[in-house]
Design a protein around this ligand. Structure first.
Ligand code: G
Ligand code: G
Ligand code: MN
Ligand code: NA
Length: 253
């Protein structure tokens, strides 16, 4: 109940904010993109993490207005970054309910146009459950976005059902390998074998691959040696409000 009130209040009073985490090219650590991650509360006093409130927001459908706020806010910030000469892309998480509600692609493309964002600068992150449980709906909305130039990344790959045979058929551009693989591959030979297969398969299918949850230099080097080209994780940068993360000169960290 308490959390539900917080969620309702968050929309009314905009007591929520986006933290942005860099996505880097592993070869030279250039920041190629940012992932927008929702936080509830004031910047100085966050109250809950998404894993706590996103499921509730989905059950109560509050994710629909919240999700629209996330889209418009992230696109607005992207427009500002681009106006300052940055070439980063912006990845926005979209939950199953948002994709099921038709109108997501219309809303997204209208907002992008309104703030002067080229859709090709943007990424939608989806989890595989939506693509497998509602292939038609997800596919029609995602296809429209992709036709306009938006990239689609498959989040948390390697958890859940993930059958590799699905990859060839899904309307996606890149996979994001779940951080459990990155946490373990240096010590767990089996994880390393699967990770290596994912990297080669994604390349063979013409898909990009982003390793999530890179926390150490050893993981960075190991992934680079395996031919992984992009990554994200605390080693490169934590999710932070944009003013702070970009107090550091743009592009390089
Ligand atoms: O930032 P954190 O690690 O707590 O995020 C946990 C999960 O919440 C991630 O899986 C992420 O995909 C999801 N998430 C973060 N921000 C958003 C958002 O704006 N919308 C949706 N639907 N999910 C989000
Ligand atoms: O599901 P999704 O990948 O969107 O979740 C992103 C979440 O992962 C964010 O909440 C972020 O805080 C978290 N995260 C990002 N980098 C790291 C990392 O290096 N280590 C750990 N443990 N979590 C991370
Ligand atoms: Mn994500
Ligand atoms: Na992710």
């Amino acid at each position: 109940i308490h959390l539900r009130h917080q969620l309702e209040g968050a929309i009314q009073h905009e007591t929520m904010f986006l933290a942005y985490q860099p996505i880097v090219g592993l070869e030279d650590r250039t920041v190629v993109g940012m992932e927008a991650l929702l936080r509830l509360g004031a910047i100085t006093a966050p109250i809950a993490t998404p894993s706590e409130f996103i499921p509730l927001a989905e059950r109560t459908a509050l994710i629909l207005p919240i999700g629209r706020w996330v889209i418009s806010e992230a696109l607005r910030r992207l427009a500002e970054l681009r106006a300052k000469g940055s070439e980063v892309t912006m990845a926005i998480n979209v939950s199953p309910l948002q994709l099921k509600e038709s109108g997501l692609s219309d809303y997204f493309l209208t907002q992008a146009e309104r703030v002067g964002v080229d859709p090709s600068w943007t990424v939608i992150e989806v989890t595989e459950s939506i693509l497998i449980e509602h292939p038609e709906l997800a596919t029609s909305e995602l296809s429209r976005l992709r036709e306009a130039g938006v990239k689609v990344h498959l989040d948390d790959f390697g958890t859940g059902y993930s059958s590799m045979s699905w990859l060839a058929r899904l309307p996606i551009d890149s996979i994001k390998v779940d951080r459990s693989f990155i946490a373990d591959f240096l010590n767990d030979h089996r994880k390393a074998v699967v990770l290596d297969a994912m990297i080669r398969l994604s390349h063979d299918l013409g898909l990009g691959l982003i390793a999530e949850g890179i926390e150490t230099a050893e993981q960075h080097e190991g992934l680079l040696a395996m031919g992984c080209d992009q990554g994200q994780g605390f080693f490169f940068g934590r999710p932070e409000p944009l003013s702070r993360s970009f107090a550091v000169p743009a592009q390089r960290i």
